[in-house]
Design a protein around this ligand. Structure first.
Ligand SMILES: Cc1cc2nc3c(=O)[nH]c(=O)nc-3n(C[C@H](O)[C@H](O)[C@H](O)COP(=O)(O)OP(=O)(O)OC[C@H]3O[C@@H](n4cnc5c(N)ncnc54)[C@H](O)[C@@H]3O)c2cc1C
Length: 494
C-alpha cells in the first residue's frame, strides 16, 4: 500500500460507523413479521431507520484532512469503483432513513474528517466535510460564536446537512445551504472543484439538497453568528391559530433568534392545542456559560416522552409537562449553543422491536389550519403512534434545485414510533402517501431524507426541480457512479 493510500485510511474490515452498535439485517418471513437479527458483518450497513440494511462492497472511513495525498487517494477509489461498475456514495452519521447514505453493492464512504478553522473577520469557519455539529459547536462556543443554521440535534455531518439542506430552530433563516459560502467537491470525472455562488454556481445550487448525487464534498466554508444568551417566551394557543401567529412572532424586527412550536398529540385532543416558544437575546450578554451536551430537562424528558407509547394519559401528562411545568422550570436564560448542542441519543427508544420514523411536511402559514384538519383525518385512524410534532419556520429557498420551500413555510416534523413488522411498514407507507397527498393539495411539500414511501407522482409534484436536477446529474455523471436507493427509486428512470 502506498503512503498516499495509507494516509487515506481505507479498507473493508474493522470499520466502525455511527450505527455499528445497532446493526440489524432485516429479512421478511412468511408470517409477515420483520426479523431483526444482529449481524457482525461489517459490510452490511444500516441507517437511522434500522430498516435499510444494505450490503456494500467496500466501506471506507475517512478521518484525515483532505490535502493533496488524500485527494489523490479519493480519486483512485473513485476510478476503481467506476472501472468495476460499482456505485459510490459519501455519508456522515447515516441519520437519513431510506438508504440515501449507502451505495448498494458499492463503495460507501463515511466522512469522519473532523477539523475546523475560524475566520473571525469574515464570520465564517472552514471545516472537513464530515465534521459533526457537536465538534463545530464546541469549537465555536469557546470563541463566542454559534452555527447560523443546523438541525435540532448535533450528531450530523456538516456536508450531509448541506446535501439535505437541513434546517432547525434558528430564525429567520432558510435551509443550512443558505449559510454555506463555498465548498470543494470531487466530481465523477475525478476533478476536484470549488463551488460557490460565484464559481460553478449551477453545481453549488444543484448539490445543495442534492443528496450526494453530484460528487463527494471534501470541505466547506460556512457562515457563523455570535453566540447569545437567550430568554424564552412561551405562548399556548388553539392549534388553528399557530400559522399566522408564528409568522407574526418571527418576521420583522421582533428580535427572535430561535423558535419552535409543538402540538398536543393525545388521541382525544389530537392537534387541538399548540405551544409556541420563542427566544430573544437577554439584556445581560456577559460571561456566557459553556454549552453542555444535554440539559437536565432533556434527560428528564426522555421517560415522559417514551411513556406516551400507547397511552393517552401519558400523552396528557407530557403535554402538561410541555406547557405547564416546562415553561416554569425552563423559563430561565439559556444560550443559543446550549439549545443546539443536543445529541439524538437523549430520546433514544432503547427498544429493538420498534423504531422511530420521522416525517416532515412544509406548509404555507396561511394553510396551516387546513393541514391540521387533514392530519386529524389521517393520523389517529392509522396504526401509527405519533409521539411528537415540532413546528419550525423556514424562509423561502430560491437557490437549491430541489427546494422544499419555494416560499416561506412552516416545517412540521413528526416523530412516529413504528413497529418493526411488515404490518407496521405497510401501514406507515399507506399513511405517508395519504399525508403527502393532503399536503400537496394544500400546495405544500415533504422532506426527502426519510423513508422512500412517497409515490413517483408525489415526488414529481412536490419537487418541480426534479427533472432539471436529473438532467444535470446525468450530464455530470453519465455512468451513474454516485447513486443510492433514493436515486434508484425516483430518479433512475427520469
Ligand atoms: C433524530 C433526527 C433528528 C433530525 N432533525 C432534523 C432537523 O432538525 N432538521 C432537519 O432538517 N433534518 C433533521 N433530520 C434529518 C437529517 O438532517 C438528515 O437525515 C441528515 O442527512 C443527517 O445527517 P447525516 O450526517 O446523518 O447524513 P447522512 O444520512 O450520512 O447523509 C445524508 C446525505 O448526504 C450525503 N452526503 C453526506 N456527506 C457527504 C459528502 N461529504 N459529500 C457528498 N454527499 C454527502 C449522503 O450521500 C446522503 O445522501 C433529523 C434526523 C434524525 C434521525
Amino acid at each position: 500500500m502506498s503512503n498516499t493510500r495509507r494516509a487515506f485510511l481505507l479498507g473493508t474490515g474493522a470499520l466502525v460507523g455511527a450505527y455499528a452498535t445497532r446493526k440489524y439485517y432485516t429479512t421478511p418471513d412468511p408470517a409477515g413479521r420483520v426479523l431483526d437479527a444482529p449481524t457482525s458483518d461489517p459490510l452490511i450497513l444500516n441507517d437511522a431507520s434500522e430498516l435499510s440494511p444494505t450490503r456494500v462492497a467496500k466501506h471506507l472511513i475517512l478521518t484525515d484532512r483532505f490535502e493533496a495525498p488524500q485527494i489523490e487517494a479519493l480519486r483512485a477509489e473513485l476510478l476503481d469503483a467506476k472501472r468495476s461498475g460499482r456505485a459510490m456514495i459519501a455519508s456522515a452519521a447515516r441519520h437519513s432513513m431510506g438508504g440515501q447514505s449507502m451505495a448498494v453493492s458499492g463503495t460507501t464512504i463515511t466522512m469522519n474528517d473532523e477539523w475546523l478553522e475560524l475566520d473571525k473577520t469574515a464570520l465564517t469557519y472552514r471545516c472537513g466535510a464530515g465534521t459533526r455539529w457537536s465538534t463545530i459547536i464546541a469549537k465555536l462556543d469557546a470563541e463566542g460564536y454559534s452555527p447560523a443554521v443546523m438541525q435540532s440535534n448535533n450528531d450530523f455531518g456538516v456536508a450531509a446537512t448541506y446535501c439535505v439542506n437541513a434546517h432547525g430552530w434558528p430564525v429567520p433563516f432558510s435551509g443550512m445551504g443558505s449559510t454555506v459560502v463555498s465548498l470543494r467537491m470531487m466530481l465523477a470525472d475525478g476533478s476536484h472543484i470549488t463551488c460557490s455562488r460565484e464559481e460553478n454556481a449551477d453545481i453549488f445550487f444543484a448539490a445543495m439538497g442534492g443528496y450526494g448525487l453530484l460528487g463527494v464534498i471534501t470541505d466547506m466554508t460556512v457562515r457563523m453568528v455570535a453566540n447569545t444568551r437567550l430568554q424564552p417566551t412561551f405562548e399556548k394557543m388553539d392549534a388553528e391559530m399557530f400559522g399566522p401567529r408564528f409568522v407574526q412572532a418571527i418576521k420583522g424586527k421582533t428580535g427572535v433568534q430561535m423558535a419552535y412550536g409543538r402540538l398536543d398529540v393525545s388521541k382525544d385532543r389530537f392537534f387541538e392545542q399548540a405551544m409556541m416558544v420563542t427566544y430573544r437575546p437577554s439584556q445581560d450578554q456577559s460571561d456566557l456559560p459553556p454549552a453542555p451536551g444535554s440539559g437536565f430537562m432533556s434527560k428528564a424528558s426522555r421517560s415522559i416522552f417514551r411513556a406516551q407509547l400507547g397511552s393517552d394519559s401519558a400523552k396528557h401528562r407530557r403535554w402538561w409537562f410541555e406547557t405547564g411545568l416546562g415553561p416554569w422550570v425552563g423559563s430561565g436564560d439559556t444560550t443559543r449553543n446550549t439549545l443546539l448542542n443536543e445529541p439524538v441519543v437523549t430520546l433514544d427508544d432503547r427498544d429493538n422491536t420498534r423504531t422511530d420514523i420521522l416525517h416532515e411536511y412544509f406548509i404555507a402559514p396561511e394553510k396551516f389550519a387546513g393541514w391540521i384538519s387533514a392530519c386529524r383525518e389521517v393520523i389517529p385512524s392509522s396504526y401509527q403512534e405519533l409521539l411528537n410534532i415540532t413546528l419550525r419556520y423556514v424562509a423561502r429557498d430560491s437557490e437549491s434545485w430541489l427546494s422544499y420551500a419555494p416560499a416561506d413555510r412552516i416545517a412540521c416534523v413528526m416523530l412516529f414510533s413504528q413497529e418493526k413488522t411488515h404490518r407496521g411498514e405497510e401501514d406507515m407507507k399507506r399513511m405517508t402517501q395519504e399525508l403527502i397527498d393532503r399536503t400537496l393539495d394544500l400546495g405544500g411539500s415533504y422532506y426527502l431524507p426519510y423513508r422512500l414511501h412517497a409515490r413517483q407522482d408525489q415526488m414529481v409534484k412536490a419537487y418541480p426541480g426534479l427533472r432539471p436536477f436529473i438532467a444535470k446529474k446525468r450530464a455530470m455523471d453519465p455512468t451513474n457512479l454516485f447513486r443510492h436507493a433514493m436515486w434508484d427509486t425516483y430518479m433512475a428512470r427520469g
